[in-house]
Design a protein. Structure first.
Length: 130
């Protein structure tokens, strides 16, 4: 399973990935990232990614080619960034409130959720399962 969170700020879009960046899920990340390009800056947080296949690597290299920077704080994500020569940027986990889009990739279920509180925007959640 793969979870992708998009946090939009005036000068930055932060994409946080968690889980397995493989095949269809990786292609979905590319499609979703295409909708928010070109932002002033795109930061891709790979810290919680547990596995990346060849298609996932192609998607990361494409993101780097279109100007994304990467954040990696785990051994696996750091080694991926080094091996693929992905440009590193700094990820600030204490960023102010943003328009958030949370997506869990899975082919069978799609539903919309509304965030709590008056300052939050709707959150879209999609789950893809094998």
């Amino acid at each position: 399973m793969l979870r992708a969170e998009f946090h939009r700020f005036p000068d930055l879009t932060r994409m946080r990935l968690e889980g397995r960046l493989v095949d269809l899920w990786a292609r979905s990340v590319r499609a979703m990232a295409s909708t928010c390009l070109p932002p002033p800056a795109l930061l891709v947080d790979l810290t919680d990614v547990t596995y990346i296949d060849a298609i996932g690597e192609e998607v990361l290299q494409w993101l780097a080619k279109v100007g994304a920077r990467f954040s990696a704080d785990s051994c696996y994500s750091i080694s991926i960034c080094e091996r693929l020569s992905l440009p590193l940027g700094k990820c600030n986990n204490h960023l102010p409130e943003a328009d958030n889009l949370v997506t869990n990739f899975a082919p069978q279920l799609s539903r919309a959720k509304t965030g709590q509180g008056s300052r939050r925007r709707p959150v879209r959640e999609v789950t893809l399962r094998d």
